[in-house]
Design a protein around this ligand. Structure first.
Ligand code: KG4
Ligand code: ZN
Length: 363
C-alpha cells in the first residue's frame, strides 16, 4: 500500500506548512546504518543548509553472521538512535525545541528497522507539534548529490546502485520519476557482496572486494558484460556471479588470483553500468547523469564515468563518498523539500518495506 503523502495531519491541521526557518531532523534506519542529520532547507545555500550529520554503522554487529541479521539491526537502531539525535543536535548547537519538522525513512527496507526510525520520528514530531514525513529511501539516495556544491538541476538521469537496487531513473522534476531500467535479479551491490562472500571475504564484501581489485592485474581474467548485447536498460548480475564462482573454484585460490578475479568482476560491473547509463542518456535526451547509492562509492565506477562523460559530453554528479552509502543527510534533505512544499502525513506509524519510487507525488 502506498502512503498518502497529501493526507492532512490529524492532530495539528493548522500546521499544513512547517516553519521553514526551522531545521528538519532526518532519520535513516532502513538497514544496517543509523543515520541522523539536521538541515535547514535553503536551496541556494552551500550544502542546501545541512547543519550536522551523524552515523553509526552496524558492520561489527553483523560481521560474525556474514550479512545483516534483521532482528539485531532493529535492536541496535533502538539503542543508537536517541544518542545520535542528541549528538547531531549538540553539533548544530540546537535543542529539540528548535525543530520545524521530522523526516524518517518509511521504506523500502527491513520492516523492523524501518519501524524504529518511523516510531521515534513520529513520536518526536507529535510531542513537538511539528509535521513529519516518511521519506522513500531511494529518493533520498537520488537527491543526495544535491548536498554538494554545483548540484544537478532536473531533468537528469539517475543511476541508483545500492545493496537492494540497480535502477536507471529519468528525473523530470523532483518527485517525477520514471524507471527506465531495473535489475532482473541481483542488485549491483548485492552482486558485489555475494561475490566477495564466495571468495571468502568478510562482510561487508562490496567495499572489501573493491579494495582487493586494486591489486588485481589487468587482463588476467575477463567476465561477460551481462545483457549489453541486446537493446534495453535492465540489468542482470546473477549470471556474472556464477561465472566468478566457477573461475574461483577452478583457480589456485592464491591471494593474487583472488585480486585478479576481483578486478575482472569489478570491470565487468562497471562497464555494464556505463554502457546502460550511456543508453539511458541517449533515450531520454538528458545531458546530466546522477550516480547514487552505496556502489556509487566505487572508485573505478566514479573515474570511468567521469572519463565517459568528458568524452560523450554529459556531466556526472556524485555525492561525496559518505553520502553514497546510507546516511541521515539525504533523508533530511528529501524530507525537507517535501515538507517545504506542504506535504506531510498523519500520526499513524506506517512503513513500506516495498515501495514503488514512481508512485511518489511531485514535490
Ligand atoms: O546504499 P547502501 O549503503 O545501502 C542500501 O541501500 O543497500 O549500499 C550498500 C551497498 C552494499 O551492497 C555494498 O557492498 C555496496 O553498496 N558498496 C560498494 C562499495 N561501497 C559500498 N560496492 C562497490 N564498491 C564500493 N566501494
Ligand atoms: Zn541505501
Amino acid at each position: 500500500m502506498k502512503p498518502d503523502l497529501n493526507k492532512p495531519d490529524l492532530v495539528s491541521p493548522d500546521l499544513m506548512k512547517p516553519d521553514l526557518m526551522k531545521p528538519v531532523l532526518g532519520i535513516e534506519t532502513s538497514c544496517d546504518e543509523t543515520g541522523v542529520a539536521l538541515l535547514r532547507w535553503e536551496p541556494d545555500a552551500p550544502g542546501r543548509g545541512l547543519l550536522a550529520h551523524t552515523l553509526y554503522s552496524q558492520i561489527k554487529l553483523h560481521a560474525d553472521y556474514g550479512g545483516v541479521v534483521p532482528e539485531l539491526a532493529s535492536r541496535d537502531h533502538v539503542r543508537k538512535l536517541v544518542p545520535l539525535i542528541r549528538q547531531a543536535l549538540a553539533e548544530a548547537g540546537l535543542t529539540v525545541q528548535d525543530l520545524g519538522g521530522v523526516a524518517y525513512t518509511a521504506g523500502p527496507g527491513l520492516v523492523g528497522a524501518l519501524l524504529v526510525g518511523a516510531s521515534a520520528g513520529r513520536a518526536l514530531a507529535w510531542a513537538l507539534g511539528v509535521p513529519a514525513i516518511g521519506v522513500h529511501h531511494m529518493e533520498g539516495h537520488l537527491l543526495a548529490p544535491l548536498l554538494e556544491d554545483d548540484p544537478p538541476e532536473p531533468p537528469f538521469v539517475a543511476l541508483l546502485v545500492s545493496g537492494g537496487h540497480s535502477m536507471l531513473v529519468e528525473v523530470k522534476a523532483i518527485g517525477q520519476y520514471t524507471i527506465l531500467g531495473d535489475t532482473l535479479d541481483d542488485a549491483a551491490g548485492e552482486a558485489f557482496d555475494k561475490t566477495a562472500k564466495m571468495m571468502g571475504l568478510p562482510y561487508p564484501g562490496g567495499p572489501m572486494l573493491a579494495k582487493l581489485a586494486e591489486d588485481g592485474r589487468a587482463g588476467a581474467f575477463r567476465f561477460s558484460r551481462p545483457m549489453t548485447d541486446r537493446p534495453g536498460l535492465d540489468f542482470s548480475f546473477s549470471g556474472l556471479k556464477t561465472q566468478v564462482l566457477l573461475a574461483w573454484q577452478q583457480s589456485d585460490k592464491s591471494d593474487q588470483t583472488r585480486a585478479d578475479i576481483a578486478r575482472a568482476f569489478e570491470e565487468a560491473i562497471v562497464d555494464t553500468l556505463i554502457i546502460k547509463c550511456r543508453r539511458a542518456l541517449q533515450a531520454s535526451g538528458a545531458q546530466r547523469l546522477v550516480i547514487a547509492g552505496g556502489v556509487g562509492a566505487n572508485r573505478r565506477l566514479r573515474s570511468e564515468l567521469a572519463t565517459a562523460g568528458a568524452k560523450d559530453g554529459f556531466k556526472v554528479y556524485f555525492p561525496r563518498l559518505d553520502f553514497c552509502t546510507d546516511n541521515g543527510a539525504m533523508i533530511a534533505l528529501a524530507g525537507a523539500i517535501r515538507l517545504a512544499s506542504g506535504q506531510h502525513q498523519d500520526d499513524s506509524v506506517q512503513v513500506y518495506p516495498r515501495w514503488d519510487l514512481q508512485s511518489l507525488p511531485a514535490a
